[in-house]
Ligand binder design. Structure first.
Ligand SMILES: [Ca+2]
Length: 115
């Protein structure tokens, strides 16, 4: 009887853990679905959403539920548009140019070897 009650509490604990894991997965899935800014790989120092020069804990939290990101690419230029999810108001556009996508080849070299 003692064993079975212990077993019961253990499985209840496991069930609780399972619920937590499922909730975390749901939360991460939801954040991916809303394209939360916090999942876009930005650093916390860039999460100054109200532009006052300081990043508060609230702003970091907002990155995961209130601020979304829209990415666009034009050639090697990649832009991230951050906006408030509640009203779609744009906060900031970050652009960067990546140089690693196009390696510079010398097109003549391969052909000179051919007959
Ligand atoms: Ca701020």
């Amino acid at each position: 009887m003692l064993i079975s009650s212990k077993k019961g509490s253990f499985s209840r604990r496991r069930r609780g853990l399972l619920v937590v894991v499922v909730l975390v997965l749901l939360a991460v899935g939801w954040m991916a679905w809303i394209k939360a800014a916090g999942l876009s790989g930005i650093e916390s120092k860039d999460m100054d959403w109200n532009g006052d020069g300081a990043v508060t804990q609230e702003e970091i939290l907002q990155s995961y539920y209130a601020v979304s990101v829209r990415k666009s690419q034009e050639g090697p230029r990649e832009c991230s548009t951050f906006y408030w999810r509640k009203d779609g108001k744009e906060i900031r556009v970050d652009c960067r140019t990546s140089f690693e996508t196009k390696p510079v080849d010398k097109p003549e070299e391969g052909q000179s070897k051919a007959k």
